[in-house]
Write a protein of this length. Structure first.
Lengths: 326, 383
């Protein structure tokens, strides 16, 4: 289709539209201006909006997140790029101690977005492949989104920029140029906090987000063809706040649930989702909630190693069969 | 431009006579008022602390009143200041009231942070003319430098004639946030004044264990910003030095790093007995280099202010602090459920956990579905 655009282009389109719509929106990050960003997400923004609104910063994640917080207190809407989301760890203090608490302790909102390329399956090694969302989901005061489709990437970015709190926007770099979509006409905004049903089904449910949505859907197609299993796939889209209603609805519908994520296992959000199901839907379960996740290993570089550590379609198929047979 | 290292007399001496020429006699009396108010209010807080009415720790700025008051006095109303824990004096100058400070320390429900934050961690930030222009600190040191870089970046982007001033201690200069913040502000040529209060100790750690640099002002060269060192116990020198930096910022000449030489005469907080300080050092600073005593001599000898005028100010301060204490003591503690309000903008309140609120005890133990726990493997029938 000629008007299809990639996940990456969808994000860029959202940034363009929001900068045009609201003069308080500006971009701050490393190599985002003249160079257009390491992945070219911000390509063309400086040419259109100038150096004052698309600011090339020093290599200083603490400073750019802190400066964004200060600017957001004054009514601006900064969008900060982490060149790789792995580097958000450098700004962990600023985000969790300063930004996340500002509204509560000081009545100072931080309407800002911290965005960046995240995730593996790209042979990026230990520092260009991480999924550090769990640490931030754990922090009250932050919102976390992680889209799986091009349409959601655009719509959630627009919602994130308009949100009155800090939104961490995880962009899956494996999806950047592999996934395409046709953008809905007009001002396309996807509300934060609402999950989506990526695939309808009746026998088992897979709750997931980001790149593994596509792996789960692929597994579901195979299970349908090979086992006659009807698998529902829920794409969370937002990780904080979690859409409890969507989670509980699918549990009540299929009574067999699995959570899949690319993040490591221990302390990953699958544990939190499992706990919520346990507390609220215990009587609806016909089987224990299963998890398919990465191993608890720093993500290695070699394809054979990375593929072993990360969850694959085969893993989801196997786990689904176990879940169905329980 | 290389830093202008005005080596300070670390002790003794009177206030340099040519300083403060830009100030009127009325303003000079105001400087006295703010310094004396700072000390008196802190003394009142000590009394309340000993009565266990201060809920948490108490942080003194004894002997550092000149550096906080003199520097903040160089700002205009529209400017924004971010204090550190020894800068209650700067906050008073910028409009924080004794009532607010007392309520904060006493964790009252109508304190500026509604009992959510401690001591002088509060602010009033926003539009010029509608807010007093100070931004509350957080405990991780150095973090306010990047945040104030962001605040002043908006002044630059919006072509506003406003300046920012941020205080750090000698200890905070060792943090990554300080380094990244001042470097970023320097590159962006932001209207920001960074004040390093060198009071000799970060908690128990002496400056010699904080940095190998001979003096903190030397760091200005590395950041490519204007630097100046000043006797932090000379209120007029502090004012003059800060005013120069503020004027530079206002004129678009960028960031300044000012080092104020002073001494922390109390421990990090009231619990700290300063066992790590050399015997006699505190007493010597108190006897020879008290910023208020030094300034009183200037007012009496050079400005020809009568002792009666100072006594009158002191009496007024005591009245104000007494009245503020009465108001703060009478105000209520927050209601427990107030804890749940205001984490997010679009969600006015969080839900209490079920065991705190609304649990229907009569239903406990009856949540199990009919038939659960009745299945028996020996009777077969499993899938």
């Amino acid at each position: 289709m000629s008007n299809e655009i990639t996940y990456l282009e969808a994000i860029r389109e959202a940034l363009f539209e929001e900068m045009e719509r609201d003069p308080e929106v500006f971009m701050l990050g490393e190599d985002i201006g003249a160079f257009g960003g390491a992945f070219k997400v911000t390509d063309g923004l400086m040419a259109k909006f100038g150096e004052e609104r698309v600011i090339d910063s020093p290599i200083s994640e603490i400073a750019i997140v802190g400066a964004a917080a200060g600017a957001s207190h004054m009514g601006m809407r900064p969008v900060v790029e982490m060149q790789f989301i792995d580097f958000i760890a450098n700004a962990y203090d600023m985000l969790t101690n300063y930004v996340a608490t500002a509204r509560y302790r000081a009545f100072l909102p931080c309407p800002m977005v911290v965005r960046g390329p995240s995730g593996g399956y790209v042979r990026g090694g230990p520092f260009h492949s991480q999924n550090p969302e769990a640490g931030f989901i754990h922090t009250p005061g932050l919102k976390v989104v992680y889209p799986a489709t091009a349409e959601d990437a655009k719509g959630l970015m627009k919602a994130a920029i308009r949100d009155d709190d800090c939104v961490l926007f995880f962009e899956h770099k494996y999806l950047y140029r592999r996934i395409k979509g046709v953008m809905p006409a007009g001002d396309h905004v996807v509300p934060i906090g609402k999950a989506r049903t990526a695939r309808e089904g009746n026998d088992i449910s897979i709750i997931t987000y980001a790149a593994t949505v596509h792996k789960a859907v692929e597994a579901a197609e195979r299970l349908q063809a090979e086992d006659g299993l009807s698998v529902e796939v829920i794409d969370l889209r937002t990780l904080s706040p979690l859409d409890d209603e969507a989670i509980f609805n699918t549990v009540r519908k299929t009574n067999r649930v699995m959570v899949v994520h690319e993040d490591t296992r221990t302390g990953g959000i699958a544990g939190e989702i499992t706990a919520r199901i346990n507390e609220s839907c215990f009587a609806f379960l016909d089987a224990p909630v299963l998890r398919v996740t990465a191993h608890d290993i720093p993500l290695p570089y070699a394809p054979a190693l990375e593929d072993f550590v990360l969850p694959q379609v085969d893993d989801i198929v196997l786990a689904s069969r176990r879940l169905a047979a329980w | 431009m290389p830093p202008k290292a005005t080596r300070a007399a670390r002790k003794g001496g009177s206030v340099t006579p040519h300083l403060g020429e830009q100030l009127t006699r009325e303003q000079k009396l105001q400087l006295y008022y703010w310094m004396r108010l700072t000390r008196t209010l802190e003394e009142r807080l000590v009394a309340l602390y000993r009565q266990t009415k201060v809920v948490g720790g108490l942080f003194r700025s004894l002997g550092q009143e000149a550096d906080a008051v003199g520097s903040c006095f160089a700002l205009e109303q529209r400017d924004v200041m971010s204090p550190l824990i020894r800068n209650m004096g700067a906050m008073l100058v910028k409009g924080a009231t004794p009532v607010e400070i007392l309520k904060q320390y006493m964790a009252k429900g109508d304190s500026p942070t509604r009992g959510r934050e401690l001591n002088i961690h509060f602010g009033d930030l926003g539009e010029a003319g509608k807010t007093r222009g100070f931004l509350g600190q957080i405990s991780p040191l150095g973090d306010m430098v990047p945040v104030m870089a962001g605040v002043t970046m908006t002044f630059k982007m919006r072509r506003q004639d406003r300046v920012g001033l941020v205080y750090v201690g000698d200890g905070a200069t060792s943090t990554g946030a300080f380094h990244e913040g001042i470097n970023f502000a320097g590159v962006q040529r932001l209207p920001l004044v960074v004040i390093v209060e060198n009071n000799g100790y970060a908690y128990s750690t002496p400056t010699a264990k904080q940095t190998a640099a001979a003096q903190f002002v030397d760091k200005a060269i590395g950041y490519g910003v204007y630097g100046e060192q000043v006797d932090g116990n000379d209120v007029l020198a502090v004012y003059d030095c800060t005013k120069r930096a503020v004027d530079r910022a206002r004129a678009g000449e960028g960031v300044s790093l000012l080092e104020f030489m002073t001494f922390r005469r109390k421990g990090h907080a009231e619990h700290d007995n300063q066992s790590y300080v050399k015997p006699g050092e505190v007493e010597q600073w108190a006897a020879e280099n008290d910023p208020i005593d030094r300034y009183v001599r200037v007012l009496l000898d050079r400005e020809k202010v009568g002792q009666a005028a100072l006594d009158e100010i002191d009496a007024r301060i005591h009245r104000e602090v007494d009245e503020a204490t009465d108001i703060a003591e009478a105000s209520p503690f927050p209601q427990p459920h107030d804890a749940l309000v205001g984490v997010y903008g679009d969600r006015p309140t969080e839900q209490p956990l079920w065991y705190r609120e609304g649990a229907d005890v009569s239903s406990l133990g009856k949540e199990r579905a009919e038939g659960w726990g009745t299945w028996d493997a020996s009777k077969g029938g499993s899938r």
